[in-house]
Write a protein that binds this ligand. Structure first.
Ligand SMILES: [Zn+2]
Ligand SMILES: [Zn+2]
Length: 352
């Protein structure tokens, strides 16, 4: 009788839950169980299924034990079958073409800041999705609520990434990076020397989002002019009501209007300095709004379609960004993450 791989099944469940924007703690049970099963010998697993003692292993509960037992019996776990049945509909053709042209993702978080999973788990999921690379962009020190990395922690992360990269499958790599806060005066919240070392720098505004347009424009234009910044992250800072997150009132309470700034000046700065505008795919951001994205396309800007993933399953949110990009006529050639890692690095090196 053919058995299935219980580790792969548990990871797939976690991935689908994350993609559906489930809370991290609900997903963690499946990722911890996968780690435990991966570290347990097949003989011991089989013996424990027989004896009904799988749930006695650390990190495995009744639900995950049932999944493992079903997998080992060669059946698709019921939990997985139910999730897979609710998978989204197919992308429209233009969006699907753009999606298949993407080689990576330039905005991804790990549990070093406010993401839910270790770098290794994120990397496995990205490689499974067919990515050639992703840029690890944990937060900068000022964003303490998101456990932003101090210069020292970022240095340690760089060593860690170098080690993880050694063990990754051929043809896939993690690029180093940061989502650096754009401070009130437009400077960037990390040491100059470190920013210069990183492969890709995404710069985002996370504070004083309600400043007046003149001040916000000055701040953004100054940051875009900084030679280390490569990609302007979620440019308006808006939050929209994402489906599937609590009831309607709860979702409305979490929305936030876009910041006000002079769009023409900001786009002109991006063009002058050869910087990319992020198309943020998070269902609760979808930033920039379509009317602004259309203006940016007409202005000749380049883009990066990113997930801003905080969990491995959210790496699949690229579909949402591609859908908007296709609607607004973004050409694939002007999307920096359709480029190979080499070309991407040439581009970031050209202004850094
Ligand atoms: Zn951000
Ligand atoms: Zn982010």
């Amino acid at each position: 009788m053919a058995t299935r791989d219980p580790v792969a099944d548990l990871r797939r469940i976690a991935f689908l839950l994350e993609r559906a924007n489930e809370a991290t703690y609900r997903v963690r049970a499946f990722r911890s169980a996968a780690a435990t099963v991966a570290a347990t010998s097949p003989d011991e697993l089989a013996a424990r299924v027989e004896a009904g003692t799988l749930a006695k292993l650390p990190g495995i509960g009744d639900v995950t034990a049932r999944c493992v037992a079903e997998s080992l019996a060669g059946e698709e776990p019921v939990y997985l079958r139910r999730l897979a049945a609710t998978e989204g509909a197919d992308l429209p053709a233009a969006a699907a073409a753009l999606r298949s042209a993407l080689r990576g993702d330039c905005h991804v978080h790990s549990d070093w800041s406010d993401g839910g999973s270790p770098i290794e788990e994120v990397a496995l999921a990205a490689a499974d999705l067919g990515h050639e690379y992703f840029v690890l962009t944990d937060h900068s020190p000022r964003l303490t609520v998101a456990r932003g990395l101090t210069a020292d922690r970022l240095r340690r992360q760089l060593d860690h990434v170098a080690m993880v990269n050694e063990a990754l499958p051929e043809g896939f790599r993690i690029l180093t990076g940061i989502e650096v806060d754009i401070l009130d005066d437009g400077s960037l919240d990390q040491e100059e020397e470190l920013l210069a070392r990183l492969d890709v720098v995404v710069g985002s505004v996370h504070s004083r989002l309600r400043d007046d347009a003149a001040r916000m424009t000055r701040r953004m234009v100054a940051a875009i002019g900084n030679p280390h910044l490569d990609i302007l992250g979620h440019m308006t800072g808006r939050k929209v009501a994402a489906a599937g997150e609590g009831d309607a009132a709860h979702r409305r309470a979490r929305t936030r209007p876009p910041s006000e700034f002079d769009l023409e000046k900001v786009l002109a700065a991006c063009l002058d300095h050869g910087k990319a505008i992020e198309i943020n795919s998070r269902p609760d951001r979808l930033d920039p709004p379509k009317r602004m994205l259309t203006v940016a396309v007409e202005a000749g800007c380049v883009f990066s379609i990113d997930t801003d993933a905080h969990a491995p399953g959210q790496l699949d949110w690229l579909d949402f960004g591609c859908e908007r990009a296709a609607l607004c006529g973004v050409p694939a050639g002007r999307v920096v993450n359709t480029w190979t890692a080499e070309r991407l690095l040439e581009w970031t090196g050209s202004h850094g």
